[in-house]
Design a protein. Structure first.
Length: 272
C-alpha cells in the first residue's frame, strides 16, 4: 500500500514543470490509493548537465522511458520511501542510466551511499536538502529545494486529501513531529510550495500544513469520542473497525481498510 486520502476522488492532474528546477512526470498507475498516479520528479539546475530523479514509480516500461527521456544524464535516484508505487522502478531505472539509488532503507539502495536527515545532494549547482519526515512510513524522507522554495513530500503531504499513517510501520507521533518540521520551514518562508508524491502541486505550503495538522488533531478527538461511546466489552481485535465505523462514517467504505490502519496508529498514540 502506498498513499491514500480520506477522500478518494480523482481529478485532472497530469504533471508538468514547476519552479525553475522541477518537472513532474505522472506514472500510469491511478487508483483510489494513488490518486491520479505516482508523481516522478526530475530535478535539474538551469543550465545543468545532470539530473536528479525522485521516486521513479512503478516498473512500467513506458513511464521509465519517459523519465529517461526527460532526465537525460542522471546523477542519482532518490527515494522518499519504500512503497512500491514510488520505489519499484528505481533499480531498473538506475541500472539503465548508470546511477546510484539513495534511500533511507538500505534494502532499496544501489551503491554504497545511504540517505538521511541533514544530507545535502549537490549536482551541477542544484542543491537538495534531506528532511527526515517519518510517520507515513518509518523511512519517509522529504527533499527541500531551497532555490525554488519547494519541498518534495512523497506521501507525507499529498496534493489532494490526506495520507494514511499505517500501523505498525507508520507512527502517528512521528508523523505529527514531521508535520511540525515541515510547518516550521513554511512558516519561515523557506518553503512556499509543496511538490507531492501524488496529486497536484500545492501553491500555499503553510495553509496546507495548517490543514494537515488541524485534521490530525480533529481525527484524534473523534477517535477519543468514539472510544467513549463504544461498549466496554468490545475486544481489542474488533475495536479499530468499530472506531472506523463511527469516525469514518462519511468516508467511502472502500477506504475503511486503510482507515483502520490509521486508527490503529491513533490508538497506539493515545495510549502512549
Amino acid at each position: 500500500m502506498s498513499a491514500a486520502g480520506d477522500e478518494g476522488n480523482l481529478g485532472a492532474w497530469s504533471g508538468g514543470s514547476y519552479g525553475e528546477r522541477g518537472r513532474c512526470l505522472l506514472a500510469p498507475n491511478p487508483g483510489i490509493m494513488t490518486l491520479d498516479g505516482t508523481n516522478t520528479w526530475v530535478l535539474r539546475e538551469p543550465g545543468g548537465r545532470r539530473s536528479v530523479v525522485v521516486d521513479p514509480g512503478p516498473s512500467d516500461a513506458v513511464h521509465l522511458d519517459a523519465v529517461v527521456e526527460a532526465a537525460g544524464e542522471v546523477a542519482v535516484v532518490l527515494l522518499t520511501h519504500h512503497h512500491s508505487d514510488h520505489a519499484e522502478g528505481a533499480r531498473e531505472l538506475a541500472e539503465r542510466v548508470g546511477a546510484p539509488v539513495r534511500a533511507l532503507d538500505p534494502s532499496f539502495r544501489l551503491g554504497s551511499e545511504g540517505l538521511g536527515e541533514g544530507d545535502v545532494i549537490e549536482v551541477d549547482g542544484l542543491e537538495v536538502r534531506v528532511v527526515g519526515t517519518p510517520g507515513h512510513t518509518a523511512d519517509s524522507l522529504s527533499f527541500w529545494v531551497p532555490a525554488d522554495g519547494a519541498v518534495l513530500t512523497g506521501d507525507t503531504v499529498l496534493g489532494r486529501g490526506t495520507t494514511v499513517v499505517a500501523h505498525p510501520d507508520g507512527a502517528l507521533g512521528a508523523y505529527l513531529d514531521s508535520l511540525d518540521r515541515l510547518h516550521a520551514l513554511a512558516a519561515s518562508r523557506e518553503v512556499s510550495t509543496i511538490w507531492p508524491g501524488h496529486g497536484p502541486v500545492i501553491g500555499d505550503a503553510l495553509a496546507a500544513l495548517d490543514y494537515y495538522i488541524a485534521h490530525r488533531r480533529s481525527r484524534l478527538e473523534q477517535v477519543e469520542a468514539a472510544l467513549g461511546v463504544l461498549p466496554a466489552e468490545v475486544g481489542e481485535d474488533d475495536l479499530p473497525r468499530r472506531v472506523v465505523e463511527i469516525v469514518y462514517a462519511d468516508v467511502d467504505p472502500v477506504l475503511w481498510g486503510a482507515a483502520e490502519l490509521s486508527v490503529r496508529a491513533q490508538l497506539v498514540y493515545l495510549r502512549r
